[in-house]
Design a protein around this ligand. Structure first.
Ligand SMILES: Cc1cc2nc3c(=O)[nH]c(=O)nc-3n(C[C@H](O)[C@H](O)[C@H](O)COP(=O)(O)OP(=O)(O)OC[C@H]3O[C@@H](n4cnc5c(N)ncnc54)[C@H](O)[C@@H]3O)c2cc1C
Length: 385
């Protein structure tokens, strides 16, 4: 029976980055996914790396710090899988011109006239250009990240912990990291309320040269190394209270809705940004990303919600109980809710999580599982499912 230091469950951006970090630190790492590498949200991702505009706040500070870190990381590790040519941000209903103008990140306004001089194919748009933006090949990046780890195509349905090890059919691991995306977690974590948001990405052949990524309500990429471009958007939020979330599910309206209709909508919105000539759709991807209300991702030890409240019922009334006193599942960690910028945030999150596990470094409060635990425990009239 093989013995690993870590098993990571989920081979998306979160799991693969965690596996790579641990493996580089000299640990023996296995990674399991029921569908394959980058088969969930990560496989459907446009994998745009772009800044978050707007007046500075704690969330965009975190995203923009993570972007600096990940651009450096991917450029060093995966030169062949990244195209860094900047992004043109066009105002939309969430980011109107006023918001884009009061911006904490360095950018340059480009008028319609100037855009037309760059390419006649631009529609009547203007926008703000950010240099620090790129697009990745998500499948290759995930595969490369875990090339030194053992991969198991395996649906992990339960965790069995005995004598300091998690036991599986033909291997065991001392520690486990859950990186499951929108899929129902294998241990109860009611305080992490994941909402899946569904989206579509298409790869397109075109003779048009797209000079940089363009982002409005959808994203159109620059030409990648194989000269194709990607067009993608995530928009449909679903309530999972009545269904168990699977990445492709015949109970889910998103997947039963016409794929053709979703592709046509993307192409229509793309044409409002730039005219793509001799266009041919070569591949369609659909998937869901995991988001929670606070928008911040969550990393850390997995708290046993019921046991912790049984031990300290007064937490519900606001009594301060130190995180160290809560009950945790043994050697079990989570990295999830990466939101719309999963490839931007994953390298930094993996580092922060693994530094907590290996070096006892404290996780920033806004990212911690404890923050969500206390929030739910103290909420009035809570319903635990
Ligand atoms: C259409 C679309 C476009 C996007 N565009 C961008 C973008 O441009 N830039 C960006 O940075 N981000 C983008 N995102 C978001 C990004 O893709 C996600 O935030 C990120 O991929 C989440 O990674 P993850 O590893 O947490 O989850 P996932 O990639 O979903 O991985 C979770 C994996 O866990 C596996 N799994 C779950 N449970 C089990 C189990 N019990 N046993 C075995 N395996 C299990 C699943 O099979 C899945 O492969 C986009 C997302 C979508 C859907």
């Amino acid at each position: 029976m093989k013995i690993y230091d870590f098993l990571i469950i989920g081979a998306g951006s979160a799991g693969c980055n965690s596996a790579a970090y641990l493996q580089k630190r000299g640990l023996k790492v296995a990674i399991a996914d029921k569908e394959g590498v980058a088969s969930g949200g990560s496989g459907a991702a446009g994998a745009f790396l772009s800044p978050l505009a707007g007046v500075e706040n704690s969330y965009n500070l975190f995203i923009n710090r993570a972007l600096e870190y990940s651009l450096d990381f991917y450029e060093t590790m995966f030169q062949d899988e990244i195209v860094k040519s900047g992004v043109l941000r066009v105002a939309n209903e969430n980011f109107d011109t006023a918001k884009l103008q009061t911006n904490s990140i360095k950018n340059r306004y480009i008028s319609t006239k100037e855009l037309k001089e760059i390419s006649q194919n631009f529609a009547q748009i203007d926008g703000y250009f950010y240099e620090n933006a790129a697009i990745l090949n998500p499948h290759e990046v995930c595969r490369e990240l875990i090339k030194e780890c053992d991969f198991y195509k395996l649906h992990v349905e339960e965790l069995r912990y005995e004598d300091g090890f998690y036991l599986f059919d033909d291997f065991m691991a001392k520690d486990v990291i859950l990186a499951q995306g929108v899929i129902k977690p294998i241990v109860s974590t009611p305080y992490i309320k994941i909402a899946p948001i569904f989206g579509v990405k298409i790869d397109v052949k075109t003779t048009t040269k797209v000079p940089f990524n363009i982002h409005k309500s959808i994203s159109v990429s620059t030409n990648k190394n194989d000269s194709t471009i990607s067009i993608g958007a995530t928009k449909e939020r679903h309530d999972t209270s009545q269904i168990e979330c699977l990445t492709s599910c015949d109970k889910c309206a998103f997947y039963t809705n016409s794929e053709q209709g979703q592709v046509e909508e993307l192409l229509m919105e793309a044409s409002e940004l730039i005219k793509l000539e001799d266009l041919e759709v070569t591949k369609i991807y659909r998937g869901a990303r995991a988001t929670i209300k606070s928008y911040f991702p969550v990393i850390g030890k997995v708290i046993d919600y019921e046991e912790s409240l049984k031990k300290y019922p007064s937490i519900k009334n606001g009594t301060k109980i130190m995180p160290e006193l809560l009950t945790y599942f043994p050697n079990l960690y989570i990295i999830n809710a990466l939101g719309s910028r999963g490839f931007v945030v994953a390298p930094l999150l993996a580092k922060l999580l693994c530094e907590e596990i290996l070096d006892s470094k404290k996780i920033p409060q806004e990212l911690s599982s404890e923050k969500l635990f206390y929030k739910m425990a103290r909420a009035k009239n809570q319903i635990v499912i």
